[in-house]
Design a protein around this ligand. Sequence first.
Ligand SMILES: NC(=O)c1ccc[n+]([C@@H]2O[C@H](COP(=O)([O-])OP(=O)(O)OC[C@H]3O[C@@H](n4cnc5c(N)ncnc54)[C@H](O)[C@@H]3O)[C@@H](O)[C@H]2O)c1
Ligand SMILES: [Zn+2]
Length: 358
Amino acid sequence: MVRLIVDAARGSYPVIIGSEVHRELRGVVRRLEPTSAVIVTDSNVRPWARRVAKAVKPAGVKPSIHVVPAGERSKSMAALHDVLAFLERQKVDRGGLVIAVGGGTVGDLAGFAASIWLRGIRLVAVPTTLLAMVDSSIGGKTGVNGTRSKNAIGTFWPPSAVVADMACLETLPPVNYRDAFAEVVKYGVAMDRGIFELLQNDRSRLLAGERRALERVVFRCVTAKALVVARDERERGPRAILNYGHTAGHALEAATGFRVSHGRAVAFGMRVAAKIAQAMELCGPRLVDAQDELLTEYGLPDRAPAADPARVLAAIRRDKKARRGRVAWVMPRRLGHAETGHDVPAALVRRYVRKALA
Ligand SMILES: NC(=O)c1ccc[n+]([C@@H]2O[C@H](COP(=O)([O-])OP(=O)(O)OC[C@H]3O[C@@H](n4cnc5c(N)ncnc54)[C@H](O)[C@@H]3O)[C@@H](O)[C@H]2O)c1
Ligand SMILES: [Zn+2]
């Protein structure tokens, strides 16, 4: 088991990473001394939510459980309304606690609810997907989707603690597990060469879901994300590095009506970005090849997704993070290091998006 501290403007919080860490979770809740606790979870994760409820009982709270339907559709204003109504029915006061038990969907929704109920109560995140462990549970972004735009409504509301238990990953659907590795490769290429090497060296252990290997990877990713988030919680600058692969990736998701999963889309986006970087002489072919190979080894092969290149290109131009029509690309320079804010000539974007979709 390892524990690290993430710095946030509202105070720092511990992240506990291990296997069968019920005792630690209990300790976390005990120290917070909540007047009451509510668990928010989804229909697939309910068994884990029950275990969490049992684990924290000796800390003096008996959490009630609110279950939302599994899937992205629960990141809606309607689902948020239901969570808030539940908190109201349970008479959760200022000293209350929300425990989010689930993947990024539950984490974003429950975090948002915690941030606005009584103008904000405490939140503990128990991420149950690999993506939530390495990415969404860290950094304090919460929110739901607008009617047409993803993550349009939300807050920055860091948790009081994050407890990641590798045991949860054993019931995770293989596709969701595989997809998370796109983000892990992202950390390896854009921020920390050590993560890249860990992925290479521990491949068979990680693909087999071995807990110790997973703990190591989760720890390294959380550390990488924590470092940028501490410098730039509200994404005014350096935090944008986390968008590596997401410019073309988000565009592919939008252009296919989200039929391509986020992980596959990010893998596509990283392949496109790396090829553009090579064409601009920002990085060499060795990086491009190493990234390609690693993605393929983790089940994210270089198969062209069925998508209309014109739509993908239009979606890139509409990029949420663009300012005054200027799309800022994150470009890899060498393994473990990328740079934000690159201007890419439109002709290059067209060429490499078309190629990747041919
Ligand atoms: N806040 C952030 O900084 C941030 C960062 C990245 C992604 N996100 C958001 O996270 C969401 C995606 O998160 P996700 O990939 O974790 O998806 P998810 O939460 O939808 O979970 C994926 C599926 O796995 C199921 N599941 C979760 N844990 C399980 C377990 N242990 N065993 C069996 N099934 C389980 C869920 O019910 C769901 O069907 C997106 O909405 C995305 O926008 C947020
Ligand atoms: Zn992502």
